[in-house]
Ligand binder design. Structure first.
Ligand code: NAP
Length: 449
């Protein structure tokens, strides 16, 4: 638990410095959480290492906090790798059927994606082909009944319900189907609930929106009774990774179905006060040229444009490349910090508020979602390693300096006097840090006693 302003500042600076080493860059598809990370780096990057070292030296509790941060990161890695281990064991020892499915998942999620994407370590950047979708209000006015769609949501969990609220508010007819029984929730939202996929498909929805977990999507797609749908149906997915559902749709859906891959870059927490200016990524993977098909796809996109979303048209591969460096890092940081059990204090700094917001933004998401980001984005593993290296390198800087100070005590000025004179001193702090020191100098002695 964070008990003093100095501790929360140390944590904020530590996270800011680790992120700074990752050289995060703004992308065309920043989420609110990722924007917070960028803000944090900006807030802390101007401060000298002396300031940070001062925070480290003048509070005995921060060493324990550094340990807890270390353990939290290690614990998260264990969760991810433990699950990998379980999957591979099932491949090795499970029955023939599950072995086949898992192998297919792996191939699609990793090998195909890997071939399509450049490695971040090669410092190759996509020549961003993203463009902002020009929404024209006259295209499909919502006051006109012909603009209303019959939309079926498959997977009515956290995110499916969140989307349904806005679909209903805009006057669309919304149906839902899920593994669990959500009839009560659906009724409250004004959604017709079906506990059987055949019954749902026989309603002939114009659009099917897949809101299932990344991990279960392929199984669900394969189980849908396509023959009960109209010949022309638009399939949309909202998965947080994009190459995987794109390839899967192209492989499994009959050719007469249209395909729109999307990623609303927000969720129930970050979008709770509206979707204005939040990014909505889409890729029209396969839309028939007939006017009615083009118009149906536009009507669906209009739902998000009307809410004020920033509409970003981008290929699925480009999305995944940007998302590994932004979304996966954001979720990882949010989950690591969540493990520390941070609490709001009456004296939160702006930076510490950012950490709390980050935890709040990601805490509601399932581990399945996070694991899906890890497994189905080929760039995620490299990002995890970079984060680990950055944290290790920061600790090396801190402990390296301690080592220097202690050597000075042991050997006196006979050894490299210039370097050793860098012992932290309140007088040497920058202007920023001077303010910090004076604000908490009264508590300093008490904390160290
Ligand atoms: P999630 O844990 O990723 O997915 C939960 C949904 O998947 C529930 O509808 C659940 O159905 C279904 N599901 C999970 N395992 C299943 C299985 N074995 N068989 C059948 N259905 C299964 O959480 P979520 O937040 O609701 O996300 C849904 C999708 O939206 C994900 O693909 C996610 O990447 C994407 N997304 C989420 C957010 C967000 O902020 N949450 C934002 C953008 C995109 P039951 O509840 O019926 O078990």
């Amino acid at each position: 638990m964070i008990s003093t302003r100095r501790e929360s500042q140390f944590l904020t600076h530590t996270v800011g410095r680790v992120l700074e080493m990752l050289k995060l860059e703004s992308t065309p598809i920043n989420t609110k959480g990722y924007e917070s990370l960028l803000d944090l780096v900006e807030n802390t990057s101007g401060d000298s290492f002396d300031l940070y070292y001062g925070l480290f030296m003048y509070n005995r509790n921060v060493l324990e906090m550094l340990d807890r941060l270390d353990l939290a990161f290690e614990d998260l890695r264990k969760q991810l790798f433990g699950r990998l281990h379980e999957v591979v064991r099932k491949q090795l020892f499970g029955n023939a059927e599950s072995r086949k499915v898992l192998q297919e998942n792996y191939n699609k999620g990793h090998l195909n994606g890997a071939a399509a994407l450049p490695s971040r370590s090669e410092s190759v950047r996509f020549q961003g082909s993203a463009r902002t979708y020009e929404y024209e209000a006259g295209n499909s006015s919502c006051s006109d009944d012909s603009s209303k769609l019959k939309i079926a949501i498959v997977g009515f969990g956290n995110f499916g319900q969140f989307l349904a609220k806005t679909f209903v508010q805009q006057g669309h007819t919304v149906l839902a189907y899920s593994r669990a029984n959500y009839s009560d929730v659906a009724q409250k939202l004004g959604v017709s609930y079906f506990s059987n996929a055949d019954d749902l498909c026989e309603q002939h929805p114009e659009v099917i929106v897949l809101c299932t977990s990344i991990l279960s999507t392929e199984k669900i797609i394969k189980s849908l009774p396509f023959q009960r749908l109209k010949r022309s149906t638009l399939f949309v997915d909202v998965l947080s990774v994009k190459e995987f559902p794109r390839n899967m749709f192209l492989q499994h859906l009959p050719p007469h179905f249209d395909i729109l891959c999307t990623h609303p870059m927000f969720g129930p927490e970050s979008g709770k006060n509206g979707w204005n200016q939040l990014a909505f990524v889409f890729d029209k993977v396969r839309i028939g040229s007939e006017g009615s098909r083009v118009s149906r796809c536009n009507k669906f996109l209009d739902i998000f444009a009307r809410e004020g979303c920033r509409m970003v048209e981008m290929s699925c591969a480009e999305h995944d490349w940007h998302a590994a460096g932004s979304q996966f890092i954001t979720h990882t940081m949010g989950r690591v910090l969540e493990k520390l059990g941070l609490e709001s204090t009456p004296i939160n700094t702006k930076g510490y508020e950012t950490l709390l917001n980050l935890v709040e933004n990601t805490a509601g998401d399932s581990f399945d979602l996070y694991y899906g980001l890890f497994m189905y984005n080929v760039n995620a593993m490299e990002q995890l390693e970079r984060l680990d290296l950055a944290f290790e390198s920061l600790k090396d800087q801190l402990f390296g300096r301690l080592h220097g100070v202690l050597r000075r005590q042991l050997f006196g000025s006979s050894e490299n006097p210039q370097e050793l004179s860098e012992e932290p001193s309140v007088a040497k702090f920058s202007q920023n840090s001077a303010a910090l020191v004076s604000s908490s100098s009264e508590t300093l002695n008490a904390e160290n006693n």
